[in-house]
Design a binder for this molecule. Structure first.
Ligand SMILES: Cc1cc2nc3c(=O)[nH]c(=O)nc-3n(C[C@H](O)[C@H](O)[C@H](O)COP(=O)(O)O)c2cc1C
Length: 224
């Protein structure tokens, strides 16, 4: 498909609007489906992401088996409780947060980083980090494409990669990076849920933008 290389103001506005309106979603409307054509658009957007040396290290596993979904949800719950145990004073506050919508979302996708294919270009000094970053670019494309389709996406990182790898029969050196919940949502919150629920405030752009040298480190919140 050829596209006009220059965007109109209206198109630019739409891109910024999607970026601003994107949210991490944990509350999905249960028992819903996504039109196959819409899902295909979103998946194509993920696969159009940039990657180091055009490595494309992302692999997406679409979960269809309800039993597998249940096992993945059980693993996320186990890790949620393990996380609560190390949060000390904020344990109870943490347990009130919803951190995944695996049971309710319309579609479940797992992002797995493929076994290293030996790509050197751009990866001589930070090989693993550059492959992970490339996978994250694909997830961000998924996130934005989903939002543009008025669907929500939730990134779940509460799991032991070895457990998920075994469940999904991944090759030994592949690494599951994210459980991705996708589907119609109850609502798109106006701000990060972590902030709305009083867990943590985001940083201002001014606090993280430095000039010439690394600047003053923002004060880290306690027990996050
Ligand atoms: C690498 C990564 C892992 C994340 N893991 C989780 C998770 O396991 N559970 C969860 O509720 N949110 C998770 N999130 C979502 C963040 O909590 C969320 O992006 C952040 O609070 C900002 O909110 P927003 O995405 O709505 O702007 C994750 C986000 C990223 C980028």
């Amino acid at each position: 498909m050829s596209i006009d290389p220059f965007f109109t103001q209206e198109e630019r506005d739409a891109v910024y609007k999607v970026i601003q309106a994107r949210r991490d979603i944990r509350h999905f409307i249960p028992n819903r489906t996504i039109e196959p054509k819409t899902l295909a658009h979103i998946l194509r957007a993920a696969h159009q992401a940039p990657s180091v040396g055009l490595m494309q290290p992302w692999r997406l596993i679409h979960i269809h088996d309800p039993e597998l979904r249940r096992q993945l949800q059980a693993e996320a719950e186990r890790e949620r409780l393990a996380t609560a145990d190390v949060l000390n004073t904020r344990r109870d506050a943490f347990l009130k947060l919803k951190v995944e919508g695996i049971g309710e979302c319309a579609e479940l996708l797992i992002m797995v980083m493929a076994p290293d294919d030996g790509t050197v270009l751009g990866r001589r000094t930070l090989p693993r980090e550059m492959a992970i970053s490339s996978c994250a670019c694909a997830i961000q494309n998924l996130w934005l494409a989903a939002r543009a389709e008025n669907l929500g996406l939730g990134w779940v990182s509460f799991f032991d990669p070895h457990v998920v790898s075994k469940l999904l029969k991944c090759p030994n050196t592949a690494e599951p990076l994210a459980i991705l919940c996708l589907g119609p949502v109850v609502e798109f919150p106006p701000a990060p849920l972590m902030t709305i629920e009083g867990w943590r405030e985001g940083k201002l752009l001014d606090a993280i933008l430095y000039h010439d040298h690394y600047g003053k480190e923002p004060v880290p919140p306690e027990g996050c």
